[in-house]
Design a binder for this molecule. Structure first.
Ligand SMILES: C[S@@+](CC[C@H](N)C(=O)[O-])C[C@H]1O[C@@H](n2cnc3c(N)ncnc32)[C@H](O)[C@@H]1O
Length: 327
């Protein structure tokens, strides 16, 4: 069951809890405020003045979305090449591990939120097709009397090879989706993909729709993480699984020191040289430091109503995969 709204508001991005309570009570106060319209206006201003962080900068909640949008609009074309350069290709292994953890089968319906240029979605389709081929081989081996035409036909139909699986890639940024669609076309992905423009905090999907929800390197960019988690819970079917791959807290002091040096001294320089954009990559490293560590994020996932929540730290905690179920 989803956490009650007041409880969820406690987790509101580190703001004073009293602000959250006042904000949530505004409609009631409007009708009964003892200080009249002025009091209501003051409370409204309080709500508007809610602050959050954009990297190390303090900004209003209203500002953050626009700033994050600008970052990804600016880096979209160079996003994939920068990922390879910055992580020396290791992001590919982390994403593969996410898929192995998910272990989807033909028929699985996946929602990949903040899906950007489609890395998780393409891996999902490859995984399903590999599963399907494995099954098919086993079945064909068991059926002795098929003609070669029948065998060839079984291998040809791409849609069949997904067994009804579909991945919906939902992202708030048009440019990221555009690059993703071009990549899909160039790499020959046709069936089983849908690209949807949407906000993780207000997903444009019905309740109880998906088997799996993934969000990879996306959730730290969202203004209200608690709302995104509640939305994840809402759109998953009972029994569905939440999986999040995100930067996390490094658990080895020596590696942490080296990682900090690399992050702050090298990554923005790479961003400037390759993408002509120092600021966006400065935001990237700062936003990683502002994201809650493994245990704290686990509690936030539990607060959203997920059960059997667990996590696995990878590469000394540089990233972690959190998992939870809607039961
Ligand atoms: C670092 S990229 C990750 C892309 C992809 N998941 C990957 O692993 O390569 C972060 C993505 O989050 C998206 N994003 C940021 N805020 C969002 C929101 N509120 N709702 C949906 N997507 C959001 C950005 O547009 C961007 O595409």
């Amino acid at each position: 069951m989803a956490a009650p709204r007041s409880r969820a508001l406690w987790g509101c991005c580190g703001h004073g809890w009293w602000r959250a309570i006042l904000a949530s009570r505004l409609p009631v106060l409007r009708s009964s405020c003892p200080w009249g319209p002025l009091g209501v206006r003051l409370l409204s201003q309080e709500k508007q003045a809610s602050e959050t962080h954009f990297g190390f900068e303090t900004v209003s909640e209203e500002e953050k979305g626009g700033k994050v949008y600008h970052v990804f609009q600016s880096v979209a074309k160079k996003y994939d090449v920068m990922n390879d350069m910055m992580s020396l290709g290791i992001h590919r292994i982390w994403k593969d591990l996410l898929l192995w953890k998910m272990h989807p089968f033909p028929g699985t319906q996946l929602l990949d939120v903040a899906g950007g240029t489609g890395d998780i979605a393409f891996r999902f389709l490859n995984y399903i097709q590999a599963q399907h081929r494995g099954r098919q081989k086993r079945q064909l081996r068991a059926q002795q009397n098929l003609s070669w035409e029948e065998i060839a036909k079984k291998y040809q139909n791409e849609e069949d090879s997904l067994g009804g699986s579909q991945v919906v890639i939902c992202d708030i940024n048009k440019e990221m989706l555009k690059v993703g669609k071009q990549k899909a076309q160039a790499q020959g992905y046709k069936a089983g993909l849908a690209w949807i423009l949407g906000d993780a905090e207000e997903l444009p999907f019905d309740d109880d729709k998906f088997d799996v929800y993934t969000i990879a390197f996306g959730i730290r960019n969202v203004t209200h993480i608690d709302r995104a988690l509640q939305e994840a819970h809402r759109v998953l079917k009972p029994g569905g699984r939440f999986l999040c791959l995100e930067f996390s807290q490094v658990n080895n002091p020596l590696i942490s020191r080296l990682y900090d040096l690399y992050s702050f001294q090298v990554i923005p320089v790479l961003g400037e040289v390759i993408a002509g954009d120092w600021k966006s990559y400065q935001y990237l490293v700062e936003s990683i430091r502002k994201f809650p560590p493994q245990e704290e994020f686990k509690e936030m996932i539990e607060d959203a109503g997920f059960q059997k929540v667990s996590y696995e730290s990878l590469t000394s905690g540089i990233v972690a995969i959190h998992s939870g179920f809607k039961l």
